[in-house]
Ligand binder design. Structure first.
Ligand SMILES: [Fe+2]
Length: 360
């Protein structure tokens, strides 16, 4: 793979440090005597809206260039989640990556096991799909700020507070689309020490949305909601003291249209959506609570993934919700996430639910 990197922001901390090729920064950053993940404060310019074209729009509708190269294609549930066997992401052609973008848009989340891809290749792979998001407050790798380490160990005494259905950083003007997580260190359990714990679950926004009554859907389609990064920012100032951008709140439609599938998906989440615009707070909160409960309890719209070392999940952060399952305290679980930003969420009244579109 030819490595193509985004431009580095100015003022990164620890400029003397470089992550070597082929190793996990989990080890190399600490060996260099630095905190990991790293919370050394530095400032970033606030994000502004930028043009975005989804790579999935160039895909072959049959996704044949990707799927014909796989040795197996395993749909994990009818509604969401597909595992692709026999491919190395680092070796995909651009045509195959475009097909992958469409597959992820359709299936919500796509999995690959045993991926030989170091963090540099992962950044370059993610950057093909959009501008990589740098988190406003999470710990980073000092020289690779586009990577969000997913990290918990014996210090994660409050780790369960992170176990909440969400869509990543939905308060941003252009929240991420295809988001990629590669796990390299997993918890083990029992005397034999087999892998156990730390699964992730995803839920399909398309399926949840079309499960609602037509009358409720027609009301939701008229609504917008406020998504807020303020709580995260306050937490950052309280704990690490590292806040890289001014915290923001953004209004997004409650139902958004996916630009590749043209399907409607539910777009509110318990972590970041704070209120429905223009409704009495108690009524807006009641609607949001009902939707959050529908997401949490819609087991038929969910897929639960058991990680193995070097497995990769790529999910469409626009059309799914997810949460890690925190059942592994005090063990170590570590992975690396890159999150290319997508379009500003919009609702197209001409778009359809997934089922309406497929029945045509
Ligand atoms: Fe997340």
């Amino acid at each position: 793979m030819t490595l193509q990197f985004p431009e580095k922001p100015h003022g990164l901390p620890h400029p003397e440090y470089t992550t070597p090729r082929g190793v996990s920064p989990l080890h190399s950053v600490r060996e260099a005597g630095l905190q990991y993940p790293n919370y050394t404060p530095f400032k970033l310019p606030n994000l502004e809206e930028k043009p975005f074209t989804d790579r999935g729009l160039n895909a072959d509708p049959a996704k044949a260039r990707l799927l014909n190269a796989a040795t197996d294609i395993i749909h994990l549930t009818p509604e969401i989640g597909t595992e692709i066997v026999g491919l190395q992401l680092a070796h995909l052609t651009n045509d195959q990556r475009d097909d992958l973008a469409r597959l992820v848009a359709e299936r919500g989340v796509v999995f690959f096991r045993d991926q030989q891809m170091d963090v540099h290749e992962q950044i370059s792979f993610g950057a093909y799909f959009g501008d990589l998001h740098i988190h406003q407050m999470a710990g980073i790798i000092p020289d690779l700020p586009w990577v969000h380490p997913i990290y918990k160990d014996e210090t994660a005494v409050n780790g369960r507070s992170h176990q909440i259905w969400h869509s990543d950083v939905s308060y941003e003007i252009q929240p991420p689309g295809l988001t990629m997580l590669k796990m390299d260190t997993l918890p083990r359990a029992g005397p034999e020490g087999s892998l156990a714990g730390g699964d992730t679950i995803w839920a399909s926004g398309y399926a949840l949305y079309e499960s609602l009554s037509p009358k409720l859907r027609s009301i939701l389609e008229t609504l917008e909601a406020k998504h807020s990064g303020l709580e995260q920012a306050e937490k950052a100032l309280r704990t690490s003291g590292c806040l890289r951008r001014d915290p923001i709140e953004t209004i997004h439609p409650v139902v958004r249209t996916h630009p590749v599938t043209n399907w409607k998906t539910l777009y509110v989440n318990e972590n970041f959506t704070k209120e429905i615009v223009g409704l009495e707070k108690r009524i807006g909160d009641a609607i949001l609570d009902t939707l959050y409960r529908t997401i949490a309890e819609g087991y038929e719209f969910q897929v639960r993934w058991k990680w193995t070392e070097n497995a990769v999940a790529i999910w469409d952060n626009r059309a799914t919700f997810h949460t890690g399952i925190f059942d592994y305290f005090p063990h170590l679980r570590h992975g690396l996430r890159v999150a290319p930003q997508a379009e500003r969420p919009y609702f197209d009244p001409e778009s359809k639910t997934r089922r309406e579109s497929l029945e045509k």
